[in-house]
Unconditional design. Sequence first.
Length: 583
Amino acid sequence: MPHAGLALAALCAVAAMSAAADPPDVVNVRTAGAVPDDGKDDTAALRSAITRCRQTPGSVLSFGGGRYDFFPDPAGPEGRQRAMVFRNLKGLTVDGGGAVLIFHGVLGAMQFTNCEKLVVRNLTIDADRPTFSTGKVVAAADRHFDVEVFAEFPVKGGEPVGAFMEYDPQTLWPRRRCLDVYDAVERTELLRPQVLRVHLKRPIRATPGVLMVLRHAVYGPNAINLDGCIGVRVENVTIHTTPGMGVRGGQTTDVSLKHVRVVPRPGTRRIMSATADATHFNACSGSIRIEDCTFQGMGDDATNVHGMFHRVTARLDDRSVTTVVRNKWLIPPRPGHRIEFTDPSTLLPYATGAVESVRLDRAARTHRLVFTEPLPERLAAGHALGNVDWAPRLRIRNCQVIGNRARGFLIQTRDAVIEGNTFCHSQSTGINVTTDFDYWTESIGTRRIVIRNNTFEDLNKGATWHPGVISVFADLKGPTHAAPGVHRDLLIEHNTLRDTDGAAVFVSAADGVVIRANHIADCCKNPGKPQATAAVYIQNSRNVLITANRLAPAPRSPTMKTPLTIGAGCDPATISVRDNQGF
């Protein structure tokens, strides 16, 4: 009977393989009561379907295409609600199957908390009426301006305006040296149908004839919000608008975005998409990958990857301190996290330590951190603690950033490769490599940053601009410049940079920089500050190699003082310039 035994074993093996390949349980939102394309509220049905997913780990929440509508709870907290909340789920896949999810009011789409092995794919997030209005400025005075709002943005007067900004009526891109104003509107008044008078807290002169975007919500609930999650993939997702950020992650590990599009709805006069960042990752770990994505028309950055500096408020004993984070946020490090003790006057770390335990005082909004080893003697109140484990590996490849209000990518992490991306028509920079202990207190001093094979065109001409299209810097309180070495080991190579009011590349507070084989044209057109008057401007840096770059012979702006400036705070003996063309 050996052959029969082998046959039985083979059958068992096939059965085992078949069982392993069985599809996970599918929870169809329609069977939970959601009816596509009827315009009625599907929120309750989705919450019922999510409850079923909690009962079956590894399930698929399937929409199966169609349009679904979501409305806020009238009794819920205004401006803080999320339609779908997922907690403590493992192996969940949310598959829209091409579904379009329409949100009404100031409502976030999806909140994920402490979820593992999460996939969100094949869906579109949009709003019935976005939380911004667009129209033409028809009159202006010192303390008010009037906007004839397009009919697709119905207004009745009394709408809040957290921010407003001017756009060019022909190109629909941010207007050159435009107004870009926050927290300046006292109230709005309806003068006649679809004409709003915007009353201002202080004198600000708008320009009649330009387009104005009025943001009624700026940092409202996000479209896809990730808190404490592990292993997240967002694939083939389009976000046309949301009253906050597109995809936001906090204290989340290993995130991948592929074919994510944060773009205005085509065929409309919706100039803006997300009212804040397209993507934003705060205090995350592991790796973040952003590939083949398009980010257009946001109210803030395309992406920002950073941790948060803790400020020491008291040294309690030999191994423990109390700390606060900006805005009294509670963002505790975890036991085992590596901490750099940092001098706030230079932003240079002077020692490292490991966290043993953390205790929160929720009333005082403070953290008590206990370290495994004695604290360095020089550590004192006011010093900064930077978390090395909140500096995830970052890869951003083959993405487009088009016409957004602010910057492209803010890199405040370590081990980053930014390659093959295109940046155009935005009012601020393409890439900022930065950290600060001034306003945002976002960490950390960067290491091993590669910026290569990217194209930058028609950038940095607006209100919130920086010296260079690629800007490397660190911000301190007051006029003091950060010391060389806050940022280390940067490679900027084979990029094309053209058509900008300032410098192509600006580097400050760095040690170990190679600027190689970049093609630069038509820069320094309207510099406005000394650091923007050279194609490449270096200050407060050392160990810099500038080689094989090409500055086009024409057009050259008369306001470009020199192709290259080695400014104050540099160590000239460590800076090498060779084999460049046009320098």
